[in-house]
Design a protein around this ligand. Structure first.
Ligand code: HEM
Length: 482
């Protein structure tokens, strides 16, 4: 695994697809793996025929927390956990998090101003990483932390361990054994991130016990303000319905403590570095494309003027004008963010396990093949998003291709091939949260600051690759006030 990381597996895989075509099979670690880089077939697998491809590859870490991650569960358990978690990411719930994101951004901006005064060459990844970390700790567990001020905070240290930029040898070995022969893990007493997992277990248990007691005593329970409380509210509502309908039966949406811990850990394992890298990559693309950055700044100012003109109370405060609902009005910002996520594909590939023999075929019948129960379908998002059949001049950064009114001028554009969050019922559960965080940070950053390339900027960007995810390393840029 370490060797693969050094060789940039994503680049090897892209070359492999260029040589072999959009669909081909190969035997990987004794399992038939079929690469599908055709946009129509990907939609068939992930959406139309979803029931035959609902699961992921079975990798068990023989750990009662890690094996409950939504990403790692399958069948009925996945259905139940997804149904519990989904409402916590609905628009109504996300609206509540807007003020927490504003607060965290404002605290980050204060630190950034102090840093600029000392030296305008800023490690943008570090600053954005702190913003993302503080936001997810507050959203997931309701705790306020200032990680730029307090980098040695125990929660931050443990959170960073859960998805470190480079896994330790011990963790790499544990993961590899889980892939090959999970039963050995128990025998060898190997645990994946044991210390950090135990720390979060303790925190989550405390929060859950407090909230459950509150609910049981039927106290005037405060409205949920974080993810754990939201999930417990969903469970509580279901419990009342189940009691009314079937007496005392356990509701479908019941969640065990290990499952709850696992879902909280998800925020740090797949939620932290993905969002931080997306925001950082956008800063980098705009610093290396100053004309697009100027266009974005102008469009933000114009939209803010329009929003202010629409108000009857004379409000001009950008933090009041930019809300969950008005974010959609910043069209060029959305285009820039989409193009960054296409240009720098963050999750290089995803997989589905075949659970029923079947034939897959394109509508023009030019490509067809049979798959068997147990085969793996590998969907290389990186190749799809860089395919000139789907996006003309894929190696150029052109946000305008995502503007419906300008799209035609830029040649090929296939919306089904754009899938930074995957697609179908098994797509990223938190895409709306990630987009909210990213847009809120970017709209204020490019309203207030100008970013440019510095002599310390590494061009091209450098990455770590962890489990198909391309995480940017430190990114230094010159940051100046507007
Ligand atoms: C820009 C940030 C993010 C990107 C690009 C991203 C991307 C992805 C992708 C590509 C998948 C696989 C989807 C598929 O197989 O079709 C995924 C799954 C998932 N993501 Fe994200 N993600 C991001 C942020 C987050 C955050 C913030 C969280 C949690 C708080 C999260 C939680 C999950 C979970 C739980 C799954 C598994 C869903 C399931 O199996 O049902 N992600 N993500």
């Amino acid at each position: 695994m370490a060797i693969l990381r050094k060789k940039r597996f994503d680049i090897m895989e892209t070359e492999f697809i260029k040589t072999n075509g959009k669909v081909f099979g190969c035997n990987m670690v004794n399992q038939m793996t079929i690469y599908v880089a055709d946009a129509e077939l990907v939609q068939i697998v992930c959406n139309r025929e979803f029931t035959k491809f609902a699961n992921r590859r079975d990798v068990k870490l023989e750990d009662n927390v890690w094996d409950n991650l939504l990403f790692a569960t399958n069948d009925e358990k996945w259905k139940r956990l997804r149904a519990i978690m989904s409402p916590a990411f609905s628009s109504g719930k996300l609206r509540k998090f807007k003020y927490c994101i504003d607060e965290t951004y404002q605290s980050m901006a204060l630190h950034l101003n102090e840093m600029i005064e000392k030296d305008p060459t800023i490690n943008v990844k570090q600053v954005i990483g702190a913003f993302t970390m503080d936001t997810i700790i507050q959203i997931s567990m309701g705790m306020k932390i200032d990680s730029l001020q307090d980098p040695n905070n125990i929660m931050i240290k443990n959170a960073k361990k859960l998805f470190g930029q480079d896994l330790t040898l011990h963790d790499t070995m544990t993961f590899t054994i889980a892939f090959m022969n999970p039963k050995l893990l128990k025998l060898l007493r190997l645990r994946f991130q044991g210390e950090a997992t135990d720390y979060f277990k303790k925190c989550v248990i405390e929060i859950v016990e407090k909230k459950r007691k509150e609910m049981k005593n039927r106290q005037e329970s405060k409205k949920a303000t974080n993810f754990i409380e939201l999930v417990l509210e969903v469970e509580n509502e279901q419990e009342s319905i189940a009691k009314q309908q079937n007496g005392d039966a356990k509701p479908f949406k019941h969640i065990t403590i290990e499952e709850m811990i696992a879902q909280c850990i998800t925020f740090f394992t797949v939620g932290y570095d993905t969002t931080a890298t997306t925001i950082t990559n956008t800063c980098y693309t705009l610093a290396t494309h100053p004309d697009k950055q100027e266009k974005l700044h102008q469009s933000i100012i114009e939209t803010l003027d329009q929003l202010a003109a629409e108000r009857t109370d004379g409000c001009k405060d950008p933090y009041e004008l930019i809300t969950f609902d008005t974010l959609n009005r910043f069209e060029y910002l959305t285009a820039v963010l989409n193009e960054t996520m296409r240009f720098f594909t963050l999750v290089a590939a995803t997989e589905r396990l075949v659970t029923e023999d079947c034939r897959l075929e394109t509508s023009d019948k030019k490509i067809w093949f049979d798959v068997k129960k147990g085969d793996i379908i590998r969907i290389p998002m990186l190749s799809l998003q860089m395919d000139p059949d789907y996006f003309s001049h894929p190696d150029q950064f052109i946000p305008e291709r995502f503007l419906p009114q300008e799209q035609m001028q830029y040649g090929n554009f296939n919306k089904h091939a754009f899938m930074p969050f995957g697609t179908g019922p098994r797509k990223c559960i938190a895409s709306n949260l990630a987009l909210l965080e990213a847009k809120m940070a970017l709209v204020h950053l490019f309203r207030m600051y100008r970013m440019s390339v510095d002599k310390k900027t590494s061009i091209p960007l450098e990455y770590y690759i962890n489990a198909d995810i391309l995480i940017s390393k430190d990114v230094y840029l010159q940051v100046m006030h507007r």
